[in-house]
Design a protein around this ligand. Structure first.
Ligand SMILES: [Zn+2]
Length: 438
């Protein structure tokens, strides 16, 4: 049935979208106790520096990676083998590893109905102290970043109870502190294997609420997303300039989706949509994915504590330095985990996001929106807003692949389209620009 023409009244007073049907489907809650146990186990490896020992069964990065692989195997065993373990590696050389080091990622792969479309949730397991080259001193890395790895494992435990349309890749990276190498390895692997990446969630430093100077922020989490796309060259950026989509690229659309999903979790956290790729002047494991054009964001706590990051374990003038488990807040980490789980559940249950969304309507009072068919989509959700605002305000569900927004002037309106599954799981919103000539 075509919904090309709708009454003017409906278009003007379109209701807000209902919450996605998938939110309640993953009702099991993350366990703060389990998260703490996993962080404690990781701390017990002494150091997880990327250049630390790979042969000692109890200490170093090798033992830590083997443990992570075993955890994925255990989780997979309780869902009938729904998660398989894949260990990928490559040798990297750089200023922080001049003689080279083999970087290995441990992946748990939960195959969906579509083996090629993937949602990735990742965190780096390597740790460091003050000197980034020091591979032997104790580097507990409880918050940076055993917190993120524990979140990834807990997400796997919860999400493995369900089958999804997309394949979920749970990723434990190495080499982050030496140059984001593990993430680069997985991004390259995604491209080489032809994966269609619907979202990449990087979790790095996600488990403390007491920040520098004692400030406590326990009700917020930051989600960093890029505006201008690093994957596009200057010509492509200039082309996009005319459309005004700086706040609506795939990474920003993912951050906005997360904000909306988090808002539906009772007792959860307020998402701060940080409108820059990462913290000021710093980077993280989502960036190699952004370089390849995949939608990617970074989760991080609202109040960082630099006395507890990248520090030799010591006490100076009464100040305790070092990334130990005492500085963490596990109920908070469980809340960040819940947001990740709900986000993955929604995006993995939804179809892929529409491609080639275009709008037209110059010299008209109406806006025509078109897009290409998304395999498996039951219907599409057209979202729009005045172009002096940042969040979608209006919505219309249609089954066709075009619609006309009557009395909605193209000059003053931003438009996006998402794809929905039969049970209402919504993809990311693809921003509408000028029609691309192919
Ligand atoms: Zn980190």
């Amino acid at each position: 049935m075509s919904t090309l023409i709708v009454p003017l009244l409906l278009a003007a007073a379109a209701p807000l979208a209902p919450p996605p049907a998938t939110q309640s489907a993953t009702s099991a809650k993350p366990s703060a106790t389990r998260l703490k146990a996993d962080v404690a186990t990781m701390v017990d490896f002494g150091t997880r520096h990327t250049a630390s020992t790979t042969t000692d069964p109890k200490r170093g990065i090798g033992a830590a990676r083997t443990w992570a692989a075993r955890r994925f195997t255990e989780i997979g065993a309780s869902c009938g083998g729904c998660i398989t373990v894949d260990r990928i590696s490559r040798r990297f050389t750089g200023p922080r590893a001049p003689t080279g080091v083999v970087v290995e990622d441990v992946l748990g792969i939960q195959k969906g109905r579509d083996p090629n479309r993937v949602v990735i949730v990742g965190a780096h397991i390597d740790s460091r102290v003050t000197d980034v080259m020091n591979a032997t001193s104790d580097a507990p890395g409880a918050n940076d970043n055993a917190s993120g790895v524990a979140l990834v494992l807990e997400a796997a435990r919860l999400l493995s109870q369900r089958q999804f349309d997309a394949t979920i890749v749970y990723a434990v990276f190495s080499g982050e502190e030496q140059g984001l190498w593990g993430a680069e390895l997985l991004a390259d692997t995604a491209k080489a294997r032809g994966w269609q990446v619907s979202a990449m969630l990087n979790n790095d430093i996600v488990g403390n609420t007491v920040g520098q100077g004692g400030v406590r922020v326990a009700d917020k989490v930051r989600v960093f997303s890029e505006g201008i796309r690093t994957s596009e060259d200057m010509v492509a950026q200039q082309g996009r300039r005319a459309e005004g989509g700086e706040d609506d690229g795939p990474s920003r659309a993912l951050a906005k989706a997360i904000d909306g999903i988090a808002g539906g979790i009772p007792g959860g956290l307020d998402v701060m949509i940080d409108r820059r790729p990462d913290r000021f002047g710093r980077g993280g494991d989502h960036e190699p994915f952004l370089k390849l054009g995949y939608p990617a964001v970074r989760f991080s706590v609202a109040a960082e504590n630099w006395d507890r990051q990248h520090q030799d374990l010591r006490t100076e003038k009464g100040v305790v330095y070092g990334d130990t488990i005492e500085g963490m807040d596990f109920p908070y980490l469980a809340k960040v985990t819940a947001i990740n789980v709900a986000t993955i559940a929604q995006i993995a249950a939804a179809p892929a996001a529409p491609e080639d969304v275009s709008i037209a309507g110059a010299l008209s009072r109406d806006t025509t929106v078109k897009w290409t068919v998304v395999p498996g989509a039951a219907r599409y959700r057209v979202r729009w807003r005045r172009d002096d605002s940042q969040g979608w305000t209006d919505v219309r569900d249609v089954t066709d692949t075009q619609t006309v927004l009557v009395q909605v002037p193209v000059d003053d309106t931003f438009v996006g389209v998402s794809a929905l599954s039969t049970d209402g799981a919504e993809s990311l919103v693809s921003f509408g620009g000028r029609e691309r000539r192919r």
